[in-house]
Design a protein around this ligand. Structure first.
Ligand SMILES: C[C@H](O)[C@H](O)[C@H]1CNC2=NC(N)=NC(=O)C2=N1
Length: 100
């Protein structure tokens, strides 16, 4: 179900409720770099996040090297940032919390 894009103001409000997420230059995605103690912690975060993504039917664009995971969230169907991106970001914050 394609959600509608959030207004710039709504995105700013959402970013204020998250920690460390930035709006991409083109305004069409939010991103954050997660750093962990090691690869296994980073992968555990990705595994946990993958289960949430499946449940939301909303998937991240991410890059992992060793203990770092760069995450970019955008809604392809809406070609921008929607509520689903915020929801997944919030869930990733929770997953990332257990591993700092
Ligand atoms: C059919 C469509 O691919 C699905 O509804 C989901 C899958 N996961 C998705 N993930 C993201 N990030 N954006 C989407 O639009 C999206 N669509």
């Amino acid at each position: 179900m394609a959600r509608s894009r959030l207004t710039p103001e709504a995105i700013e409000t959402a970013l204020a409720s998250l920690s460390g997420w930035k709006l991409r230059e083109d305004g069409l995605a939010i991103s954050k770099t997660f750093k962990f103690r090691n690869f296994v912690e980073a992968f555990g975060f990705m595994a946990q996040s993958a289960l949430v993504a499946e449940k939301l039917d909303h998937h991240p664009e991410w890059f992992n090297v060793y203990s770092r995971v760069d995450v970019t969230l955008t809604t392809h169907d809406a070609q921008g940032v929607t509520e689903l991106d915020v929801k997944l970001a919030q869930a990733m914050e929770q997953a990332g919390m257990h591993r700092i």
